[in-house]
Design a protein around this ligand. Structure first.
Ligand SMILES: [Mn+2]
Length: 337
């Protein structure tokens, strides 16, 4: 490749299609740290489609696929990669705004690969690929990969459809969030027609809690706090109060978010000398801007960041930033949302 290419539209351009156009090749589907269903579902869907066209495909990243996503068709092929060995024709990253989130694997892959393709819907994507397709109007990268497979003429097998449906299902909070559009439902309908099973996905995602999880959930919910004006709710978890396994298996930030008056919900979690922060907005507050103040990123209504130090220091800093975003100073420099 010579100069890097950037494409922003909802339909893939010829430059986006070109790396996948040939009949066979070698591809690495590269995930980022703590891969979620949008990452895994899209990597697996595109990889399985390429395999159907005679490609040889490897799947992996710095961390394993979470056990809760063990139902994704083909996820057993996804490996923890200590490094990237051997040459490949194409490396694909999906839903990965920041190349540092591959923990060095992208740099190794770049040396081994003909082309790096970056497919994402995050507004703060760093455009690190040779081909960068960034569609911020997509609710999930799953919508983009659906369009890509349609444009390539790849048949939607039930396995491919199940992966893409799960990607869209999770990134939209089960089709509930403000990122959901007519297109989301159109794509989801096509995926169900192709064999995705919505009830099965819901059962795997929401009805497979461990027997002790409800007691831990009670412990978590007891700690939710609400600001005086009711617009901010937060859940602050000191290290060790809840099992890691439980926290990883729940979207705990959704509980403070569910209070009617809340505009911004925060989950702060102390771990290994740092505090991981998840932010969610309902309506007009851009939490991506808040996360960016602390070196993080995400989407306008769902973002995250990590602060060094203790929970007792991080909590007031985060709440102050949220408060400033809710009530910008008169004449301040905050751009219109
Ligand atoms: Mn996503």
């Amino acid at each position: 490749m010579t100069a890097a290419v950037e494409h922003r539209g909802p339909a893939p351009s010829r430059a986006v299609l070109a790396p996948f156009a040939r009949a066979g090749g070698r591809a690495l589907m590269l995930g980022h740290v703590h891969p979620d269903a949008d990452v895994l579902g899209t990597l697996l869907a595109l990889g399985l489609a390429l395999e159907g066209r005679g490609w040889s495909v490897a799947y992996g990243g710095p961390h394993p696929a979470p056990a809760a996503l063990g139902f994704l068709p083909g996820v057993d092929r996804y490996r923890v990669l200590p490094g990237v060995e051997g040459a490949v024709d194409v490396v694909v990253l999906t839903d990965c705004p920041n190349p540092q989130r591959t923990e060095g694997l992208l740099e190794q892959a770049r040396r081994a690969a003909g082309v790096v393709v970056n497919i994402d819907h995050h507004p703060d994507n760093r455009r690190y690929g040779d081909v960068n397709w960034i569609d911020v109007s997509a609710a999930a990268t799953g919508e983009m990969v659906y369009e890509l497979l349609q444009a390539l003429g790849c048949p939607l097998t039930p396995a491919i459809a199940g992966n893409l449906f799960t990607a869209i299902h999770t990134d939209t909070g089960s089709f509930r969030y403000s990122n959901v559009t007519e297109r989301t439902f159109r794509v989801a309908a096509a995926l169900v027609a192709a064999g995705a099973r919505p009830a099965l996905v819901s059962e795997w995602l929401y009805e497979r809690r461990a027997p002790d999880a409800l007691a831990w959930l009670g412990e978590a919910l007891r700690r939710v706090e609400l600001s005086e004006d009711g617009r901010v709710a937060w859940l602050a978890l000191p290290a060790g109060v809840l099992p890691e396994r439980f926290i990883e298996s729940e979207e705990l930030v959704n509980y403070p978010r569910s209070i009617a008056s809340v505009r911004v919900a925060c989950l702060l979690r102390e771990q290994d000398g740092a505090v991981k922060v998840s932010l969610r907005a309902k309506g007009d507050v851009d939490v991506q801007r808040i996360a960016a103040q602390f070196g993080g990123g995400g989407h306008p209504s769902a973002a995250g960041c990590t602060l060094a130090g203790r929970l007792s220091d991080a909590l007031p800093r985060v709440l102050a930033a949220v408060s400033a975003a809710l009530d910008p100073a008169p004449g301040g420099s905050r751009p219109a949302p």
